[in-house]
Design a protein. Structure first.
Length: 150
């Protein structure tokens, strides 16, 4: 199941990139505790693959899509949605789950090739462990730098 979802995500990114190479920008993102690959398909539309590892046995692989409201400014306001898979192995508890969030944020372009971004997102998290489900909301903040390599 997870391989199928991963393959689907990669297929969508590759398809959209082949359709919209005219204004493409690709960035590598580094934040705490995330690493990501962001692709700006159009002037105001972007997709991103993110991986987060807390170092405490919690890992998240997520896909996000965002819309930029003022893409030509030094400060870019954006909003979008994220969906991700969670794996955890913490102390004596193991399991997996899903997360879904709607986010809004800003990116400041320090240079044409370097940006600093911050976003905040109310996030729905559903975890499964030993046949038990737990669902709740958390407020998640993301902070990181983006290096626009292409």
């Amino acid at each position: 199941m997870m391989r199928r979802v991963f393959f689907w995500r990669i297929s969508v990114v590759l398809f959209l990139s082949s359709v919209t190479m005219a204004r493409a920008e690709m960035a590598v993102g580094l934040g705490y505790p995330t690493v990501s690959l962001k692709y700006d398909f159009l002037e105001n539309v972007a997709a991103e693959l993110k991986y987060a590892d807390t170092g405490e046995g919690i890992r998240v692989f997520a896909t996000r899509g965002s819309w930029k409201f003022n893409p030509k400014g030094k400060y870019e306001t954006f909003a979008g949605a994220e969906i991700g898979q969670i794996k955890f192995d913490y102390e004596d508890t193991q399991g997996d789950g899903l997360e879904f969030s709607l986010f809004i944020g800003k990116e400041y372009r320090i240079r044409s090739w370097l940006g600093f971004a911050f976003d905040i997102a109310p996030t729905l998290i559903r975890l499964n462990s030993s046949g038990k489900n737990n669902t709740g909301f958390e407020l998640v903040a993301n902070v990181g730098f983006y290096w626009y390599v292409f």
